[in-house]
Design a protein around this ligand. Structure first.
Ligand SMILES: [Zn+2]
Ligand SMILES: [Zn+2]
Length: 420
C-alpha cells in the first residue's frame, strides 16, 4: 500500500470544514484590516532563501527541501512565506505604488524536520507583510490583527511577548558591552564560547554548558543598548498596544531565529499551552528587502501556523461552530417519485438550500436513518402512491410535525419553512 510521505497529513472531512471556517475568518479579517492576498510559487530559486532567511539559520542549513530540476537549477520548496513575498515586491516594483503595501498569504510550507507532535514536513501558514512604513503604528497593527484573530476563534487567554532587537547600530553597541561584561571571565568559558566571544558573542546565549550560562547572569541585553531611534520606536509600539488594551510581557531574551529582524520582535503565547510553544511570531525586518537585492525599504510582518491553531483550540476546549447539517433530505420510493424529487432537489439547491437525496437505492427506513444522521431540518417523503394522490409529506425533524402538500407547492413550502 502506498501511504502519504512522513510528516505530511491528509485532512479529511469534517476536519476540512474546520480549516475552511478558520480560513474564512482570516480572509474576512484581512479585508477588514486592509490586507490583500498575494499568491507566490510553492518553489523558488534556492538562493532566495539562502539570502532571505539567512545562510546560518537551521532552516537553511538543515531543513530545506532542495533539489535540481531537469534544467539543472537549484530549486527549494518554500520553508516560509516572507522571502517569497519580499521577492515578488521587488520583482514587480511594488515600491512604486501606494505605500505601505499590506499583503497576506496562506498556504503550505515545507521543512525537513524530524516528525514529532505538532511538527510536520508540510505545514500551513497564514502571514501578513507590510512594506514601506517605518512607523510603529504598523507594528502595533499587525500584533492587534493577530490578537483579534485568536479572540474571534474563542482563544482568549493570550499574551504577547515583546522585545526590540534593535538595529545594526544598537547591535554593535550591544556586542561591545557584552564583550566588556564577559572579558574578565574569558578563561572560565568553554572552547566554543571563547571562539564565539570575538566573532559573535550573542551566540554564547545558545551554549548548553551550565558554566557558560552562569556567566551570562546579569549580562547586558540588546534592549539595554538601544539607540535613540530604536528606543523611541519601541516606546511607541508599547504605547499603541497599551492604547488597544493588548497585554504584553517584555522579554529581553526574545530573539527571533532569523537574521533579518530589526527593532520589534514578538510572539504570541497561549497561556494554557505555556511559553514553550508560540502560536504566532513576527517582527520588523527593515534590512530584508535590501538583503535580497531591493532598495532600502522597511517591512514588518508575522506568520502563524494553521496546525498550531487547531492544537490550541483542542487544548483550550473550543469547538468551532462549523455548519454541517442539511436543510432538507428527500426520501423517495419508486422511479417516478425519484424523478420528481430530483427536480425539487435542484430547485432548492438553486435557492441556496443544503438539500440531498438518496443515491444508494436504500429502503424507506434506511433513507429516514440517513436523513437523521445528516441532521436534516426537514424531510420530504414521496413515494409513487403519494405522487398519485398528489399528497407529499413534509416532516419537521425538530418537532416531528407533518404536513401534506401538493406536488406543485413542495419547493415553495420548504423555502418558506426554512426561511421562517
Ligand atoms: Zn538602533
Ligand atoms: Zn560555552
Amino acid at each position: 500500500m502506498i501511504t502519504r510521505p512522513k510528516g505530511t497529513n491528509d485532512f479529511l472531512p469534517p476536519t476540512t470544514a474546520g480549516w475552511q471556517y478558520v480560513e474564512n475568518i482570516l480572509r474576512e479579517m484581512a479585508a477588514v484590516y486592509g490586507y490583500r492576498e498575494i499568491r507566490t510559487p510553492i518553489f523558488e530559486a534556492t538562493e532566495l532563501f539562502q539570502r532571505g532567511v539567512g545562510e546560518t539559520t537551521d532552516i537553511v542549513t538543515k531543513e530545506m527541501y532542495t533539489f535540481s530540476d531537469k534544467g539543472g537549477r537549484s530549486i527549494t520548496l518554500r520553508p516560509e512565506g516572507t522571502a517569497s513575498t519580499a521577492r515578488a515586491f521587488i520583482e514587480h516594483k511594488l515600491h512604486g505604488g501606494t505605500l505601505p503595501l499590506k499583503l497576506f498569504y496562506m498556504g503550505p510550507m515545507f521543512r525537513y524536520e524530524r516528525p514529532q507532535k505538532g511538527r510536520f514536513r508540510q505545514f500551513h501558514q497564514f502571514g501578513i507583510e507590510v512594506f514601506g512604513s517605518k512607523e510603529a503604528s504598523v507594528d502595533g497593527e499587525i500584533i492587534a490583527f493577530a490578537m483579534d484573530f485568536y479572540r474571534r476563534l474563542g482563544l482568549t487567554d493570550l499574551k504577547v511577548r515583546l522585545n526590540s532587537v534593535g538595529c545594526p547600530v544598537c547591535r554593535a553597541e550591544h556586542k561591545r558591552r557584552l564583550q566588556e561584561f564577559l572579558r574578565p571571565h574569558l578563561e572560565e568559558m568553554c572552547g566554543d564560547c571563547r571562539e564565539r566571544f570575538e566573532k559573535n558573542p550573542l551566540r554564547i546565549f545558545d551554549c548548553k554548558q551550565e558554566k557558560c550560562q552562569s556567566l551570562l547572569v546579569g549580562a547586558p541585553t540588546v534592549a539595554d543598548c538601544l539607540c535613540e531611534d530604536c528606543r523611541d520606536h519601541f516606546e511607541r509600539v508599547k504605547a499603541y498596544l497599551d492604547e488597544a488594551d493588548i497585554p504584553y510581557d517584555l522579554d529581553p531574551f526574545l530573539v527571533r531565529g532569523l537574521d533579518y529582524y530589526t527593532k520589534t520582535a514578538f510572539e504570541i503565547i497561549l497561556n494554557e499551552i505555556g511559553a514553550q510553544s508560540a502560536i504566532c511570531g513576527g517582527g520588523r525586518y527593515d534590512g530584508l528587502i535590501a538583503d535580497i537585492g531591493g532598495s532600502d525599504m522597511p517591512g514588518v510582518g508575522f506568520a502563524l501556523g494553521m496546525e498550531r491553531i487547531f492544537a490550541a483550540l483542542e487544548t483550550a476546549g473550543v469547538t468551532l461552530p462549523v455548519e454541517d447539517s442539511l436543510d432538507v433530505f428527500f426520501v423517495a420510493l419508486g422511479e417516478s417519485a425519484k424523478t420528481h424529487c430530483f427536480a425539487w432537489l435542484e430547485a432548492l439547491r438553486k435557492e441556496g438550500l443544503r438539500a440531498e437525496m438518496d443515491h444508494m437505492g436504500k429502503s424507506f427506513k434506511a433513507q429516514m436513518k440517513t436523513a437523521d444522521r445528516e441532521k436534516a431540518a426537514f424531510v420530504v417523503i414521496c413515494g409513487d402512491n403519494e405522487l398519485e394522490n398528489n399528497e407529499i409529506i413534509i416532516k419537521n425533524m425538530a418537532d416531528h410535525a407533518q404536513e401534506t402538500v401538493s406536488a406543485a407547492s413542495v419547493t415553495e413550502t420548504i423555502v418558506r419553512r426554512i426561511k421562517s
